[in-house]
Design a protein around this ligand. Structure first.
Ligand SMILES: [Zn+2]
Ligand SMILES: [Zn+2]
Length: 239
């Protein structure tokens, strides 16, 4: 009788859900449709030891890291920046689809547990006040907040500030990016960072210029170590 009741309930009130990433209707209580789950570009093959980007073979420093002064200790990303993760991240960034942060943080947690020493503080790459006014939120903050709860490490909201708008980085050379960004990030209160192992969160590791600069700020504010964790990273040779 109970089975019949359940069957009738499902026929008349089906448990319909939509795929978190593509929006397609799915049945059951999984967050992703089968196609999206199978297509997830998990960054679990060869990576650069330092920046965590996907590489064609194992390496201690990829061509992007070699010869650069890196201020972070280790960077990792749960995914490569490919579909459907790239779509999910665009939806998170421009449409404020906060629920996506929860799903992405679940995958970031796996990467955190697999790679890093336990961290003492979670911080995120800040957005300028103008951008916050325009968009209403900072997508990296959504990720940092969701992850912080999962790993039980406090999220220090506002530990870092972006002091001015730096415009788009697209099309700028490495040197121009540095000039464009220099002096635009600041640690609000040294005491929150000093002597701590800090986990810096961002949505995408693109060229790495921003995260490296923020890591530099954190180190000069006394951070013991800076680990970077992003939802995705752009594979070298593509942008
Ligand atoms: Zn899907
Ligand atoms: Zn690298």
């Amino acid at each position: 009788m109970d089975a019949l009741k359940t069957l009738l309930k499902n026929v008349f009130f089906p448990q319909n859900y939509t795929c978190t990433f593509c929006g397609r209707e799915i049945f059951g209580n999984k967050p992703l449709c089968r196609d999206c789950d199978a297509a997830l570009p998990r960054n679990d093959r060869y990576i650069c030891d330092r920046c965590g980007r996907k590489t064609p073979y194992p390496t201690t420093a990829c061509s992007d890291c070699a010869g650069k002064t890196l201020y972070f200790d280790v960077a990792r990303s749960a995914f490569t920046y490919d579909a459907p993760i790239s779509f999910a991240l665009l939806n998170l960034k421009y449409r404020g689809r906060k629920f996506l942060a929860e799903e992405l943080a679940a995958e970031m947690e796996k990467t955190y547990l697999k790679t890093f020493y336990p961290c003492e503080a979670v911080v995120c790459v800040p957005t300028s006040a103008n951008k916050i006014k325009e968009r209403g939120y900072n997508q990296s903050e959504f990720l940092a907040s969701a992850l912080s709860k999962r790993i039980s490490v406090p999220f220090i909201r506002g530990a870092l500030v972006k002091t001015r708008d730096t415009g788009s980085q697209v099309g700028l050379s490495q040197k121009e990016r540095l000039i464009n960004l220099s002096g635009s990030f600041a640690v609000k209160d040294r005491k929150l960072i000093e002597d701590k192992t800090v986990l810096l969160i961002d949505d995408v590791l693109t060229t790495g210029t921003t995260t490296n600069l923020v890591a530099k700020k954190l180190k000069s504010a006394g951070a013991k170590s800076v680990f970077i964790l992003t939802a995705a990273s752009v594979t070298l040779g593509r942008s």
